[in-house]
Design a protein around this ligand. Structure first.
Ligand code: FAD
Length: 401
């Protein structure tokens, strides 16, 4: 293998390049990214950047010198437009063609946009998005309507309050993060927003964004209307995999790249990594896909190893303990493993009403997740229980129950 192309210069793409070099690969590594910036970290966008504490430079994943030392053929501001799998080549938006022996798909995701052309309606995925929202938050006295109380919407609401803005948080589900956490935890998170002065509207969606050229108000399904100087929508993501159409790389109905346990796609020597990769995980009874920062790095190391390992038997399956965190109002929420609303929930330390707890999440008598609020050391201590199947009973015993 002499030429490896990585499409997507985010966390997963850069980590793949670094892992290839640290494994001793001295061939050409071409890293193609459609953003103009050198690879940067997204988690601070909704936290430090919006509150004015982080500069674009402080987000850069590596110093310029460290990136230069990797000796990459770095193509920034360039989009991969088509994969010609039979010719082992990627076509770029400037008409050039990059040939490969091995290809890594790391083009991630983009924020789903609400259906309106009005100015002042934002999403948050890129540094440019964050700088636009920050420019508004830096001016006092605004009112933002945040649509969607997932992790990103919740963090935007917290950051807007820290900037002194009025915030209305609109969520169609009965509590924030319904897809992930138990209603008792959802209720704690709702109260946290309300105690910090957020007007939380649950169980109602947006029916229209109104204004002349620029958003002035948001109309809700419950018949009310909320005045807004700005909207930030946290409606989830669409995966950047359209460019793979017709290539032979298999996608599922949401556009995720279908990989095997080693993160290989259906096309020889083509792997996928990061937010867009779906692969079978033995401990979660089927395929999983993670939109998590830590996953992008850990998966990249396995992809680089497998790409450089000709012997099938020496390639590695990717079986991580998923990990995600979120910071809201100075409180850290952490989730190890996988959570689903139907899970059994047992608070093994603290309680939801204390706003400080560790909860075990169980499915079919097996521990599947550990959720912590303001309890980092205690939460992380249980990570080892998720590295192999642990019965519910053994998990509770490990927590002294
Ligand atoms: P991306 O970061 O999306 O990188 C893909 C890159 O490829 C992008 O630069 C994209 O523009 C580029 N690209 C797309 N299409 C093409 C193309 N055709 N050609 C070339 N380049 C292309 N995770 C956590 O665990 N904790 C957090 O607190 C947290 N906070 C977050 C806050 C925000 C605001 C956001 C947006 C994400 C957050 N995440 C968090 C998620 C985490 O940042 C992602 O899981 C991670 O960035 C995924 O990395 P990736 O490299 O797979 O994809």
């Amino acid at each position: 293998m002499r030429d490896i192309v990585i499409a997507g210069a985010g966390m997963a793409g850069l980590h793949t390049a670094e892992s290839l070099r640290s494994a001793g690969f001295d061939g050409t590594v071409t890293l193609i990214g459609d953003e103009p910036h050198r690879p940067y970290s997204r988690p601070p966008l909704s936290k430090e950047v919006l509150t004015g504490k982080g500069s674009p430079r402080s987000l850069q994943l590596r110093e310029d010198g460290e990136i230069d030392a990797l000796g990459l053929d770095l193509r920034l501001g360039r989009r991969a437009e088509r994969l010609l799998a039979e010719e082992r080549a990627v076509l770029l938006d400037d008409g050039t063609r990059v040939d490969y022996d091995g290809l890594v798909i790391a083009t991630g995701a983009r924020a789903r946009r609400p259906r309106t052309d009005l100015a002042g309606v934002h999403t948050l995925r890129t540094l440019d998005d964050a700088e636009a929202v920050r420019a508004a938050f830096a001016r006092p006295g605004g009112h933002v309507v945040v649509v969607g109380a997932g992790f990103i919407g919740s963090e935007v609401a917290a950051s807007a309050r820290a900037c002194g803005w009025e915030v209305t948080l609109v969520e169609a589900a009965p509590t924030p993060l319904t897809r992930v956490v138990d209603p008792r935890v959802g209720t704690v998170l709702t109260e946290l927003h309300r105690d910090n002065g957020v007007d939380v509207r649950l169980g109602t969606g947006v029916t229209a964004y109104e204004g002349r050229g620029r958003v002035e108000r948001v109309r809700l399904a419950d018949g009310t209307a909320v005045e807004a100087s700005m909207v930030v929508a946290g409606l989830g993501v669409d995966l950047n995999t359209e460019w793979l159409a017709g290539s032979g790389v298999k996608l599922d109905e949401e556009g995720a790249v279908l990989c095997d346990a080693r993160c290989a796609t259906a096309v020889p020597d083509v792997y996928a990594v990061g937010d867009l990769a779906s692969w079978p995980h033995p401990r979660y009874g089927g395929r999983i896909r993670l939109e998590h920062w830590t996953n992008a790095g850990e998966q990249a190391a396995v992809v680089a190893h497998n790409l450089l390992t000709p012997a099938e038997a020496e390639r590695r399956d990717y079986t991580p303990v998923p990990y995600f965190w979120s910071d809201q109002y100075g409180m850290k929420i952490q989730l190890l493993g996988r959570a689903a609303p139907a899970d059994t929930v047992e608070f093994v330390h603290g309680a939801p009403e204390d706003r400080k707890f560790v909860a075990f999440l169980g499915r079919a008598d097996v521990l599947v997740g550990v959720l912590g609020l303001r309890s980092t050391p205690k939460t992380m201590r249980y990570r080892t229980l998720l590295e192999q199947p642990t019965t519910w009973e053994d998990a509770l015993a490990a927590a002294g129950r």
